[in-house]
Design a protein around this ligand. Structure first.
Ligand SMILES: [Zn+2]
Length: 488
């Protein structure tokens, strides 16, 4: 803690130099710390493939020194039919809680529900992983992705539902509901008291703010519950104007999607909604700040338990393709409550994913005044990517096409410059993701790793998930790191 604060003040003095040469700061960290090389791995894969064998593979192919797995994975239910848990090949449902739990830490015991008949219920993946990792000199981190959709996986989550701008109950939980805050307080207390040896933790979520959740959608954005309203009043936000703005943004998108063309053009009409309901912008920032407050609470709680535990945040892939998210989610403010940031750079799926986002929000709606042959290159340019280097729109539409290693370089550099040494930046170049037919080659993986390191990151996570990546691509990931270290 103290050391980080020192770095923060000392880099302020050299901010001008760092801005010109962001690489300089990254190099100075590497002189004292070994390069961080981690990988995320699913608990079921560890149990099914064997923990010892998996760790040996990780060390041999990539030189992994930190392995991270889910302690709780209720989040996956929200992406599955009927909100059911993941299953094995025979259709047996896996548990959502992969660790021992202690009811003592929960004021509401219902929130602890675990199906005793689920596969691997009763085992503790973190303890079993640590037993094999420690003798191999590897660190173990736990991770949780926020299960923000109310799926029934955690009984009682219905009580924490958001309220949308029309006053209807939403499908997600509210960051500011006291019961929901108490839930995370219990989970974190339990996790660290039951596994006091844990060296790190990652938390995050993949949900976006109210403006894009409104635009052209079935329901307007959130959250107007009593708890959020109280906090918004303290900020002097005009709640009715924020509510009105979100409803107008919803209608604006729906009309354009239905084929209407605003007389003054799409962009001017959008700006008019914002200028006439300016509190909607304050509301967007308030939503993001509520999300970041959740991280601040978790950070403080874990540091009080043991300040050595390295706490990092999941920076979801959307941060690399969404302009509005970038405006409210400011890397330069995160250092005060972050030891490290895990930045998603899934160059393989970036083509299809950013195309979908562009088509839903920009092509027809926000940038719909221009033909897509102009607006797509502009969209990439505004994101900081080179439209001459990245594949053209038609190519993404024909088949899944990877983004280049220049995308990895530029995005890493943006984060490194913004964070400015206040936390460690760990790149997470993802590849071989199931469902995408990009056929990423070992050469592409090699290139992406080199570019991330050249951009000045402090470490790397290998893949989105260890179990997804091919052996030759894992090997290439490791080779790139070795070659880069030699070159230094
Ligand atoms: Zn709320």
């Amino acid at each position: 803690m103290k050391r980080r604060k020192f770095i923060k003040t000392s880099v302020t003095a050299t901010a001008a130099i760092s801005a010109l040469n962001s690489f300089a700061y990254g190099t100075s960290i590497k002189k004292t710390d070994p390069l961080f090389i981690g990988t995320p791995v699913l608990p079921e894969f560890l149990f099914e493939e064997g923990i010892a064998k998996t760790l040996d593979d990780m060390q041999e192919m990539v030189g992994i020194n930190t392995v991270m797995t889910f302690s709780h994975d209720h989040v996956f239910n929200q992406y599955r039919k009927g909100f059911r848990p993941k299953t094995d090949e025979e259709g047996h449902e896996y548990t959502n809680t992969w660790v021992r739990t202690n009811p003592e830490y929960y004021s509401d015991k219902n929130l602890l529900f675990q199906d005793p008949s689920a596969k691997y219920a009763g085992r503790d993946v973190l303890d079993e992983l640590w037993a094999e990792a420690e003798p191999r000199n590897m660190k173990v981190y736990a991770r949780i992705l926020e299960p923000y959709v109310i799926t029934g996986a955690i009984p009682g989550f219905e009580e924490f539902a958001e309220v949308d701008a029309n006053g209807e109950k939403g499908k997600n939980v509210c960051f500011n509901h006291p019961g929901y805050m108490a839930y995370w307080d219990s989970v974190i207390s339990d996790l660290f008291h039951t596994h006091p040896w844990l060296q790190g933790f990652k938390f995050g979520q993949e949900r976006g703010g109210p403006i894009l959740s409104s635009m052209g959608k079935n329901n307007p954005g959130t959250c107007f519950c009593e708890h959020c309203q109280k906090l918004a009043q303290k900020r002097n936000i005009n709640i009715d104007r924020a509510r009105k703005g979100l409803i107008e943004i919803q209608e604006f998108g729906n009309r354009i999607n239905a084929g209407e063309k605003p007389v003054d053009g799409n962009f001017v009409t959008f700006l008019r909604i914002l200028t006439q309901n300016a509190d909607v912008l304050l509301w967007e920032q308030f939503w993001m700040d509520s999300r970041e407050e959740q991280r601040k609470r978790i950070y403080k709680q874990i540091k009080q338990f043991n300040e050595k535990i390295q706490i990092g945040w999941h920076i979801d892939h959307g941060m690399t393709w969404d302009l509005i998210t970038r405006a409210t989610w400011d890397y330069s403010k995160m250092g005060a409550y972050s030891d490290w940031l895990s930045v998603a750079l899934y160059f393989d799926s970036m083509g299809r994913r950013s195309l979908g986002h562009y088509e839903r929000n920009y092509q027809k709606i926000l940038f719909g005044d221009a033909d897509e042959k102009y607006s797509y290159p502009m969209y990439l340019s505004m994101l900081g990517f080179d439209p001459e280097t990245e594949p053209p729109l038609e190519q993404h539409r024909k088949h899944d096409t990877s983004f280049s290693s220049d995308y990895v370089y530029r995005e890493c550099q943006r984060v490194v410059k913004n964070v400015n040494g206040a936390a460690k930046v760990q790149a997470r170049p993802g590849f071989d993701m199931p469902g995408y037919d990009c056929n990423v080659t070992p050469a592409q993986v090699y290139d992406a790793v080199i570019k991330a390191l050249d951009a000045g990151v402090d470490g790397l996570w290998c893949g989105r998930e260890w179990d997804e990546i091919s052996h030759e691509n894992a090997q290439s990931f490791g080779d790139a790191i070795k070659d880069w270290m030699k070159r230094k």
